[in-house]
Design a binder for this molecule. Structure first.
Ligand code: ASP
Length: 341
């Protein structure tokens, strides 16, 4: 028998139609009956933490959730967090860093249609979350459309489709088939048993994501600096390119690193890695002291930077943090391939 706690935060799964669209109004008491009916041999408790559209779930809410999870962890085998899908990937990644060395299963889930809609995916997603816990997957994960995804690899890719989340640059942790739950990558995510689970809830809000377009004006970096941003995730082109002819972004990167502002360079491409060693322009970027984002999702890079800046403002330490994999968020060693250049 498993003991599972359901924490509710709102989202479509808990929504009903109001005068002006969907509003999260259902509570744990409405959702838990579905879990108890599906898994009568398991014990479920619930707590309502908030009832928000996830557009309003921000670092203050991450802290509240992380603290609550941390304090109840000893009492349960696993925790299911119902959450809106729109920012679920950010919350999942943030919790993955804030709950360091997590040896139990914390699973976020939600749905594309409200639980009370006859066509809802909510019940299947809730049951997938239970399966994640029952099959012993540790760490923070996202359960959606019969798939279990590491919290640091989940990305929302569809606004309407039921297959709304993908595991980017990592195998699914598990997937439900007709013959049961297949564990595909069970080691990713959870912490080493030799380290105790630690709550590291300090988060720096002053992080900005900048997606370049051809012709982005360099002065945008002056504006971000004046606004007090301490970290920038730069979504560069392809394997990691930016312009420096006509409009010199490189000079601005140098200025940022001199002022102690951390810049993590990721790719605008959803899949595969940002590799600054391939092109001349990549080497020029590296020379400015930026942090390579490697194959991290933008969601993981941004939340990792927010979390890292919550721990330190020392640039060498920030580089070390980004050279470390905490929760399956990054592949530190590139898959070996024959050089073709
Ligand atoms: N707007 C909703 C939310 O993120 C969407 C959803 O839950 O699917 O809260």
């Amino acid at each position: 028998m498993k003991r599972i706690l359901l924490l509710t935060t709102g989202g479509t799964i808990a929504s009903q139609m109001g005068d002006r669209g969907l509003v999260p109004t259902l509570h744990g008491s409405d959702i838990i009956t579905r879990l108890r009916t599906g898994y009568p041999r398991f014990e479920f408790d619930y707590e309502d933490l908030m009832d928000l559209d996830s557009s309003n779930i921000q670092p203050e809410e991450w802290k509240l959730i992380a603290r609550r999870v941390y304090s109840v962890l000893p009492d349960y085998d696993g925790i299911i967090i119902t959450h809106g899908t729109d920012t679920m990937a950010y919350t999942a990644a943030a919790l993955s860093f804030m709950l360091e060395s997590l040896h139990k299963s914390v699973v976020l889930t939600g749905s594309q249609l409200p639980l009370q809609n006859p066509l809802s995916d909510g019940v299947t997603n809730l049951f997938t979350a239970v399966e994640a816990i029952a099959s012993g997957i540790t760490g923070v994960s996202v359960a959606f459309n019969r798939k279990i995804i590491s919290g640091t690899r989940a990305v929302k890719v569809s606004t309407m489709g039921f297959d709304a989340f993908e595991s980017v640059n990592a195998a699914y942790l598990g997937e439900i088939f007709a013959d049961g739950t297949r564990l595909l990558n069970p080691c990713q995510g959870g912490g080493s048993p030799s380290y105790p689970t630690t709550l590291r809830e300090e988060i720096c809000n002053d992080v900005f994501i900048l997606k370049l377009i051809p012709g982005t004006r360099p002065e945008i970096f002056d504006a971000l600096m004046e606004m007090g941003y301490r970290g920038i995730v730069l979504e560069a082109f392809g394997a990691g390119g930016l312009h420096y002819i006509n409009r010199d972004l490189l000079g601005k990167l140098a200025m940022l690193s001199q002022r102690g502002i951390a810049v993590v360079v990721c790719s605008q491409c959803l899949y595969e890695r940002c590799d600054l060693s391939i092109y001349d322009v990549g080497h020029r970027i590296l020379d400015q002291g930026v942090i390579p984002g490697r194959d991290m999702t933008t969601e993981a890079a941004a939340t990792k930077l927010m979390w890292a800046l919550g721990q330190t403002d020392n640039m060498d330490q920030l580089h070390r943090i980004f050279d470390t994999c905490y929760a399956g968020e990054v592949s530190l060693i590139a898959t070996p391939s024959c050089p073709i250049y």
